[in-house]
Design a protein around this ligand. Sequence first.
Ligand code: EPZ
Length: 417
Amino acid sequence: MDKLVIQGGVPLNGEIRISGAKNAALPILCAGLLAEQPLRLSAVPHLRDVTTMLELLGHMGMRIAVDERMNVELDAGDIHTPEAPYAMVKTMRASILVLGPLLTRFGHARVSLPGGCAIGSRPVDLHIKGLQAMGAEIHIEHGYIEARADRLKGARIFTDLVTVTGTENLMMAAALADGTTVLENAAREPEVIDLAECLIKMGARIEGAGSDVITIHGVERLYGTEHRVVCDRIEAGTYLVATAMTGGKVRLANARADLLEAVIEKLREAGADVEHDADSIGIQRHGTLKSVNVRTAPHPAFPTDMQAQFMALNTVADGIARVTETIFENRFMHVQEMRRLGADIEVDGHTAIVRGAPHLDGATVMATDLRASASLVLAGLVARGDTMIERIYHIDRGYERIEEKLSALGARIKRVH
Ligand code: EPZ
């Protein structure tokens, strides 16, 4: 298995380009199931999760063309197997996003229940409840969701929790339903907006994406279109934190500050200078790095996908910070590994108390989930000596060419097989 070896202590300087957003690309690839003509996507990130989703869609009969620049053309003209088998779903929970599109377009779907993962049990009950409210007949047997519907009907759906993929699944299902659907307590994440924009270009009638009430007027059919995937705000946030931790001056091209307001606010509070224009963000840190409290919550509040990265920042900042995770029940897997690097972290339920240490010391650590792995890379960038990170397939799921991008900024990092 591949490992990353990092020699810490080098400030990051230079410019890199942010890739398309994983969490926008995944639902938008599934939207290809809804279109009567080809859907042409650009800026699709080259990530394991995207490859897995393309394999899943290919298994169903989707005709897929991918060029060397990761432009993707999807043609759902010959879908013959509306099912997502366990073998594929277990490697990527986002496979659940085929459920709504398959059901509303083909009237039938057989999707394996996604297993839990390192950060939590990750139920999909709200997806199922919403589809049932639209008239779907759904039962669970042998670990599979068996769903049927002649034609879904518009409904008013209030999800108990804000769910990102739940909102996306129900929005896609409603796009071809008979009548109007109103999603209350909808997720406001930028990736939900990007999916809505793509669906609208395909002919869907959607209002309110980005707010907590999304109204979808069902139409008879959806057409092909071209769409460029929005930039990845979490990838961008991760490199901003890396620069704040190591010192130096970095510019991120293809990055949008308006998608990262809560994160940029915290970086400024930690002592970094952040400036931006419409499609790039610059960061520089001089002076001491200060501890910052974070509390995760649905967008536009501080994103849970940036919690581990700020935990890493706080391990070497000046002061004491409280890091509170309100979205997932077990998203502190990185704490044990950071302690191996010398971090001073105490966990009390959903809150971690992080006391800044004068330095971290390199060690061998193990990645456990996507964002926790990224936070170990950040810690390795500032630790004294070498840090070896194992099980980095977790990182490859969500970060395109991380060692190349960090090396381009001067980091001493290499992948060893
Ligand atoms: C999406 O996951 C993202 N994944 C996650 O990013 C992200 O952390 C998460 O949203 C929160 O922002 C994709 O978009 C592919 P949720 P999702 O449904 O949709 C509970 C990454 O690192 N819930 O918004 O699965 C759930 O347990 C990944 O890129 C139910 O109880 O998350 C959680 O506590 C990790 N029942 C909360 O809601 C449901 O039916 C929010 O989960 C659905 C969710």
